[in-house]
Design a protein around this ligand. Structure first.
Ligand SMILES: NC(=O)c1ccc[n+]([C@@H]2O[C@H](COP(=O)([O-])OP(=O)(O)OC[C@H]3O[C@@H](n4cnc5c(N)ncnc54)[C@H](O)[C@@H]3O)[C@@H](O)[C@H]2O)c1
Length: 254
């Protein structure tokens, strides 16, 4: 894709799942990538991807719900003269509760998915303003468009991500920073397999059930989300901002 070579990107939640595929794809396109994650294992992921692609992938262990950790990271980046062209706000907490959600549960999910995403964006914006082709990509979901039973806590945050995208697209347009949302349907990740194990249900049965929700008749793959992110970050998407890009196998088309 045009214009990604030698860009610098930050991808939050890059240690596994969709974030890992996004780090991999941006690195394959020739970006320098900062993989940011809570998990120490992100270090190994960063090393493996860098070895495979030949481009630098750096790891920063950080909790996006802790402002002081973000501030410390970005202050160091700025002090070393690091450029920043792409921010991918992918990290999320998964708390699935309906009307019974407690204030504590609401605080826990909002702190990561809405406030954490906003704080990362706030601290990265001064660096992004210095780039000539800057782009922010936020991960929402089909859950940011429709209601799902007992998903109120999660879906509220994914609706919020779409709202943030549209407001930031307006606010940051004078600086040439494009802001878009990628909205996946169900994507087969380790998290899907783990949740089946936790619920004691068969992965095959659950895959069959979930696949029927998509008109393409299957779950998506992390690489299919990563290519949408790479497209939005690239110069091929230079006139796209404030947009929701569905990567949902037609989930919402029904
Ligand atoms: N997997 C899907 O089917 C699917 C579908 C639609 C949208 N999404 C969205 O895609 C994104 C990634 O989902 P996933 O399935 O890959 O999730 P995942 O749980 O597999 O990975 C999330 C990563 O984020 C990290 N993380 C969580 N909280 C963090 C914090 N406070 N600070 C830093 N890192 C943190 C985790 O350690 C993990 O590595 C999320 O925003 C999710 O809402 C996923």
């Amino acid at each position: 894709m045009r214009g990604l070579l030698n860009k610098t990107a930050i991808v939050t939640g890059g240690a596994q799942g969709l974030g890992k595929a996004i780090v991999q794809r941006l690195s394959e396109e020739g970006c320098r990538v900062w993989l940011v994650d809570l998990q120490e294992g992100g270090h190994e992921t960063a090393y493996e991807i860098s070895q495979a692609t030949g481009y630098p992938v750096m790891f920063q262990q950080l909790d996006i719900s802790k402002e002081e950790e973000i501030s410390h990271f970005i202050t160091n980046l700025t002090a070393t003269g690091e450029q920043l062209d792409i921010l991918v706000n992918n990290a999320a907490a998964f708390i699935f509760k309906g009307v019974d959600a407690t204030p504590k549960e609401w605080e826990a999910i909002l702190r990561v998915n809405v406030i954490g995403t906003s704080t990362m964006t706030r601290y990265c914006t001064p660096l992004l303003k210095k780039s000539e082709h800057a782009s922010i990509i936020n991960l929402s979901s089909v859950s940011g468009f429709v209601g799902q039973s007992s998903f109120a806590t999660y879906n509220a945050t994914k609706f919020a991500i779409r709202g943030l995208t549209k407001c930031w697209a307006i606010d940051l347009s004078p600086f040439g920073i494009r802001v878009n949302t990628v909205c996946p349907g169900y994507i087969w990740t380790e998290a899907f397999e783990n949740s089946c194990a936790q619920l004691g249900i068969s992965v095959e049965d659950e895959d069959r059930r979930v696949s029927q929700m998509h008109i393409l008749g299957r779950q998506g793959k992390p690489e299919e989300v990563a290519s949408a992110v790479a497209f939005l970050a690239s110069d091929d998407a230079s006139f796209i901002t404030g947009e929701d890009l569905m990567v949902d196998g037609g989930y919402l088309a029904k």
